[in-house]
Design a protein around this ligand. Structure first.
Ligand code: NOJ
Length: 744
């Protein structure tokens, strides 16, 4: 018999624990209220105001005297684009001259690293390694916090299915389920063991919501979508981030079905603060409150401020609509003061949780800044993350990996010796670039000598001239292997970097063709922030690595993969189109009533008459130097009732010659439902390391949650019926199939 005592004492502990937690919560809430009671209306509005301070990191804080004066008067709650302890301390000291001495919050776009630049988020997502992704965010947070930052404007969790949209680089790609896992991992990484530690920063989940669906892939453009798509595709990563405890959210520039996000009460009040019970605060995107005027949604900043606060937007980034109008709106009876109080409470609460009321300078420690920003372990993690992000797209006749005694290696292309280009769009710039490892340097480090390498630039990234092809061809002729390094420059993909032509820029593909004609074995490295189009290269060149923008350790990581010190294991988190005309293209589309069975099946089918309907490289695709077989699929049952589970297992075997990791993916299809369902949906994956010849049994559970979707009433339900289970190495490479039934 089980004695009752331990249970009762456990219960006692639990109750005592909950009371303690409640007491602590009350304490912060009470503290917030006690500060709020002291505040004038102007001071409250000040807390809801955020300015940018574009002062050079090393220079003195001069100029912009108005802003500095407003800090002293308590009219500013937060600043962005300030970093470095020296600056944050100086500005915090000004805040301490204000009447109530409410500390400032310093925010910054720490998107893929602070001092140490990691791969761009889309590249990291290709690793399908949630632990590594969390670690990358943890390191970024540790560094940012050591540099005086309290708050990072990340993770960006917008689902993106249109590579014309430059901001695709900042997210985790096209899939809602993978996007949700990555969003939660990043929030955990940034916030660490919890706000209040001096190595934890507040995450800011952005851009709420549906910004990734900008029409035509044009940045800042409108979004028009059904509620079903919003809930099923675009909201899941936001929900996961909120559930992971994200401290703040940022809304977005776009209008959603005619209502700008900054004034969208459905998104901010009903969904985020209502249904999801989010207790943090919402900041606008840069100037987005004021931009409701050109949207044609409000006539002036007075109305803009009213629309935004009534819809639940707590802080105004840079539009000055709040600071200039909110107090008047309250006095005019247009905004209840309780609305202002609600926002200020949310903001002050975070300042308390960050410990800033106890010590406004707790993030201002020069010794810590020096030590943390120079931690060599961070470089090691950056190299590891970069290797994990590289996708092997093609490896005909096992050209890769190369042997270090390969002979002469020609390294040709506009990116061969580039350093800053390796960083990508959103990296924090530091005064020198010596710390970035170029591809040339990575290869030199690997081969131990520069005289084994021959260099030629061939052309610039965006050149129209072939004038230097001759030199490149003669370099190739002297070599045993040719590595061609091409792609985008770092300012081609990012915010406001929408493009309609996604082919390799300039004459780069012509350069590849000219080098190919030498008959030498060729490996192409493609650095970019988005899926590019390179059909000729994909058809002809034997080996292709997609190397994105990998950050400080790019060169070393690429050399590790080229020479087999790391077996590539990344899988595409987004479909690669073969032509712009296919966009948007994504794997979890509907079947339609007239599906095309293949590219010859076009007659009155849902197909193009002049183009394949299949991507060049599918979601989930990526090769390894080794190979894997899938077998022995077993389901514990072929049916389940609500509340029951099916355990699925299968055998994964490394059938090749290298140790390597496989990302085994599993997808479901709900065969008949009250709403049409996608042809397949990713529901899980396992990343498994196997030595040659080694096998592992991989297991996962199917339960009702995995079978659920938002029905017509937007209720999350699983409907009885037959489901197809698909397990494989990519969304278009399914190796095992089965069916099962949900009975009731
Ligand atoms: C505008 C961008 O949309 C947003 O992501 C960023 O955080 C802010 N600018 C601040 O730089």
């Amino acid at each position: 018999m089980i004695p009752k005592l331990p249970f009762l004492s456990l219960l006692g502990w639990w109750i005592a624990g909950s009371i303690a937690v409640q007491a602590q919560k009350r304490t912060i809430d009470q503290k917030v209220d006690s500060v709020l009671r002291l505040m004038t209306l102007d001071e409250k509005v000040g807390q809801m105001n955020q300015y940018s301070g574009n002062w050079a990191q090393t220079g003195p804080i001069t100029g912009d005297d108005d802003k500095l004066q407003e800090i002293k008067e308590g009219k500013l709650g937060s600043m962005l684009n300030i970093n470095g302890v020296r600056h944050t301390r100086e500005l915090q000291q000004l805040a301490m001259q204000s009447r109530l001495k409410i500390p400032l919050l310093f925010g910054q776009d720490v998107i893929h690293g602070y001092r140490t630049t990691f791969p761009i988020p889309l590249a990291e997502a290709a690793s399908w390694d949630l632990t590594a992704i969390e670690r990358s965010a943890r390191i970024a947070a540790t560094e940012a916090a050591a540099g005086g930052i309290h708050w990072v404007f990340a993770p960006m969790v917008d689902i993106a299915r249109d590579p014309r949209w430059g901001r695709i680089m900042e997210g985790a790609g096209e899939d809602p389920w993978l996007g949700a896992q990555v969003a939660a991992a990043r929030v955990k990484g940034f916030q660490g063991t919890g706000l209040g530690h001096t190595d934890a920063v507040m995450a800011c989940v952005k851009h709420f919501a549906a910004y990734g669906a900008a029409i035509g892939g044009r940045d800042y453009n409108s979004v028009d979508m059904s509620d079903r798509t919003l809930w099923e595709v675009y909201l899941p990563p936001f929900k996961a981030a909120a559930e992971a405890g994200a401290a703040t959210f940022m809304n977005s520039f776009n209008d959603l079905n005619g209502i700008p996000a900054s004034a969208n009460s459905y998104l901010q009040r009903d969904i985020l603060k209502g249904k999801w019970k989010f207790t943090g605060f919402i900041v606008s995107d840069w100037g987005s409150i004021g931009e409701m005027i050109p949207h044609g949604f409000v006539k002036d900043n007075y109305d803009a401020a009213r629309a935004a606060i009534m819809a639940g937007n707590d802080m105004d980034m840079e539009s000055r609509s709040y600071t200039k109008n909110l107090a008047r709106l309250v006095k005019d009876g247009k905004v209840p003061v309780e609305r202002v109080n609600e926002s200020v409470r949310r903001i002050l609460k975070k300042k308390f949780e960050m410990g800033l009321f106890d010590d406004p300078f707790r993030f201002c420690n020069e010794e810590r800044e020096r030590r943390v920003l120079n931690d060599p372990e961070h470089r090691k993690s950056a190299r590891d993350m970069a290797r994990k992000s590289i996708v092997l797209l093609k490896n005909q006749d096992q050209l890769l990996p190369l042997r270090t005694n390969v002979g002469k290696v020609a390294v040709i292309g506009p990116l061969a010796k580039a350093k800053m280009q390796m960083l990508g769009f959103w990296s924090t710039e530091w005064p020198d670039s010596d710390y970035i490892v170029s591809e040339w340097e990575g290869l030199r480090n690997k081969l131990g000598a520069e005289n084994k390498l021959i260099y030629a630039k061939g052309c610039g990234i965006d050149d129209s001239s072939r004038a230097n092809f001759g030199e490149a061809i003669s370099a190739a002729r002297q070599a045993d292997i040719v590595i061609v390094t091409v792609g985008e420059s770092r300012d081609m993909t990012g915010e406001a970097k929408s493009r309609s032509n996604l082919h390799l820029p300039g004459v780069q593909e012509d350069l590849i063709r000219a080098l190919y004609e030498t008959g030498k074995p060729i490996v192409v490295l493609i650095s970019a922030g988005r899926p590019l189009i390179f059909n000729w290269t994909a058809d002809h060149v034997p080996a292709i690595l997609y190397t994105w923008w990998l950050g400080d350790e790019a060169g070393n990581a690429i050399a590790d993969v080229l020479f087999g010190d790391y077996d590539p294991s990344a899988k595409l988190p987004v479909s690669f189109p073969r032509a712009e005309g296919q966009i948007p293209i994504y794997y979890d589309h509907f079947n339609t009533g007239r599906p095309a069975l293949n590219d010859s099946d076009r007659f009155y089918r849902s197909a193009y008459n002049d183009l394949s309907i299949y991507p060049r490289f599918a979601f989930g695709y990526g090769l390894s130097y080794t190979s894997f077989s899938y077998s022995d699929l077993r389901l514990s049952s072929k049916s389940l009732d609500a509340g029951q589970k099916i355990t699925v297992s299968f055998k994964l075997t490394n059938t090749g010659a290298y140790a390597g990791e496989e990302v085994a993916q599993w997808y479901l299809k709900d065969e008949v439902a009250s709403l049409v369902r996608p042809v397949k949906e990713l529901k899980g994956f396992s990343k498994v390391m196997l030595r040659p010849g080694e096998s592992a049994s991989v297991q996962f559970i199917i339960d009702q949650e995995k079978l659920s979707f938002y029905n017509r009433q937007l209720d999350w339900v699983a409907e009885p019926g037959t489901f197809e289970l698909m397990i494989g190495s990519a969304s278009d490479d399914i190796r095992l199939h089965s069916k099962f039934e949900l009975r009731k």
